[in-house]
Design a protein. Structure first.
Length: 84
């Protein structure tokens, strides 16, 4: 009869443990979802910043390689252009 008492104790403990583990896994999944969402947002921000920097470098390359007489006019025109 001792084994039956053990079984009657183990079954409810297993059910309770399964519920707790299920909830813990759900919380971990939500945490990972938030982290991945934040990572995607940061990646988009870095991509936008990289694009702006590439545009600025292209303008600088064009200015440095431009040998025309209108170089001063081009520089003045670019000064009035917003950076962002």
């Amino acid at each position: 009869m001792g084994i039956w008492h053990f079984v009657w104790v183990v079954i409810p403990l297993a059910a309770i443990s399964a519920g707790v583990l299920k909830r813990w896994f759900q919380l971990q999944e939500r945490k990972l979802d938030r982290m991945s969402h934040d990572t995607v947002e940061r990646a988009a921000q870095y991509a936008a910043k990289t694009e702006r920097l590439e545009q600025r470098v292209a303008v600088l390359e064009r200015i440095l390689t431009d040998r025309s007489t209108h170089l001063g006019d081009e520089i003045e025109r670019l000064r009035g252009t917003p950076i962002n």
